[in-house]
Design a protein around this ligand. Structure first.
Ligand SMILES: *Cc1c(COP(=O)(O)O)cnc(C)c1O
Length: 373
């Protein structure tokens, strides 16, 4: 018996999202298992069509992961050794790793401290003759300032690749994320707003040639069996993941609406922490609901003792991780990213989070004695 024990609110539980659609998902999985066709087939084509329609682009190319989507999109855009790509200093490390894997150098640009997204006013100073692309991230599901980024990119003839891995369904002035740049890279990692039952990713674009190049790169550099025109990769979305993603895609808008309702309750009810800001014209996908406080570790400990799960997105900025030690950057070199990393705390968020769960989170934060705790 757990009578009297405080109810627990996990940071995220993926099982309820399966249970809600179990009949549909099971039927889709059985259809694929019984089809005898498992890689690059009708399920992938149908999902690509549906996802392109949702994002509002001409093309969607399914690949093996979000990292692969970024990597292959960079290659298709012509990024390679000797090039530099402008990236946010405060992102999940995958954004940087994709640039490195393309043989190029990620050049960190500090974010706007209020939105957390790459600061367009800082792009010019980071540009060099080697700059080959701009790679903004729609962090936590909030679209980056794509008008200003696009103006900068157009001025210098640079492509803009959106890292939309956290932004399924986000929008800016009636245009969806994924249709806001030259191309966009998506992840279907299980925890994302649109998540597979394993790894998956995609690139969306309006550019016919870019889409064609990506279809080749994901499949050994081949568009016709045993004709290999370039040295490609094996990074294909499989039929099973595509079929399951197509089921979930039909529920994405409703699930995002539920996320927005939860975010609205947090925004109205939380005190004592800095809250996320949604600029006019932006539709936030609320992949992550992050609050900020200098006493972040104290708040995290307080919530943990009350059974409320939290995470930090992300505790270490890429330039201070071991992976990028050889860049020679030190604490203090990118102070905006470093401060966000120290002060950010993500609260429970997901379409299956109940009203009572939200109440418990609000009560637990209200019971915190604040920044001097
Ligand atoms: C999840 C994520 C990725 C990587 O996606 P994977 O499918 O895990 O490879 C890239 N960028 C951002 C911002 C992400 O959140």
């Amino acid at each position: 018996m757990t009578t009297g024990a405080p109810a627990r609110v996990p940071f995220l539980d993926l099982l309820p999202s399966y249970e809600e659609l179990a009949a549909e998902l099971d039927a889709a999985a059985r259809r694929v298992l019984g089809s005898g066709w498992y890689v690059l087939g009708p399920e992938v084509e149908a999902f690509e069509r549906a996802f392109a329609d949702h994002a509002g682009t001409r093309h969607c190319v399914g690949v093996g992961s979000g990292l692969d989507a970024l990597h292959l999109a960079l290659l298709a855009l012509g990024v390679g050794p000797g090039d530099e790509v402008l990236v946010p200093s405060n992102t999940y490390i995958a954004t940087w790793l994709a640039v490195s894997r393309a043989g190029a150098v990620p050049v960190p640009v500090e974010p706007d401290p209020v939105t957390g997204n790459i600061d367009p006013a800082r792009l010019e100073a980071a540009r060099t003759p080697r700059t080959r692309a701009v790679l903004p991230v729609h962090l936590y599901g909030l679209p980056a300032d794509m008008a200003a980024i696009g103006a900068f990119a157009a001025r210098h003839g640079l492509p803009v690749l959106e890292d939309a891995a956290q932004a399924h369904g986000a929008a800016l002035h009636d245009r969806r994320a994924g249709a806001l740049g030259t191309a966009a890279a998506w992840s279907f990692y299980p925890t994302k707003n649109l998540g597979a039952i394993g790894d998956g990713g995609a690139v969306t674009t309006d550019d016919d040639d870019l889409a064609e190049r990506l279809r080749s790169l994901r499949n050994y550099g081949s568009r016709r069996k045993y004709v290999n025109d370039e040295r490609g990769f094996n990074s294909r979305l499989d039929e099973l993941q595509a079929a399951l993603l197509a089921v979930k895609l039909a529920h994405l808008d409703a699930w995002n609406a539920r996320r927005a309702t939860i975010a609205g309750r947090y925004l109205a009810g939380l005190t004592g922490v800095r809250l996320p800001v949604v600029p006019a014209g932006a539709v936030h996908a609320w992949h992550v609901f992050a609050v900020h406080t200098p006493a972040r570790d104290d708040l995290a400990g307080h919530l943990a003792r009350r059974g409320v799960g939290t995470l930090m997105h992300y505790p270490t900025p890429p330039h201070l991780s071991g992976a990028y030690r050889d860049m020679g950057l030190r604490p203090g070199d990118l102070p905006v990213a470093e401060r966000l990393a120290r002060e950010t705390l993500s609260l429970p968020m997901g379409p299956q989070l109940g009203d009572a769960d939200v109440d418990r989170v609000l009560e637990a934060v209200a019971a915190w004695d604040g920044a001097d705790g």
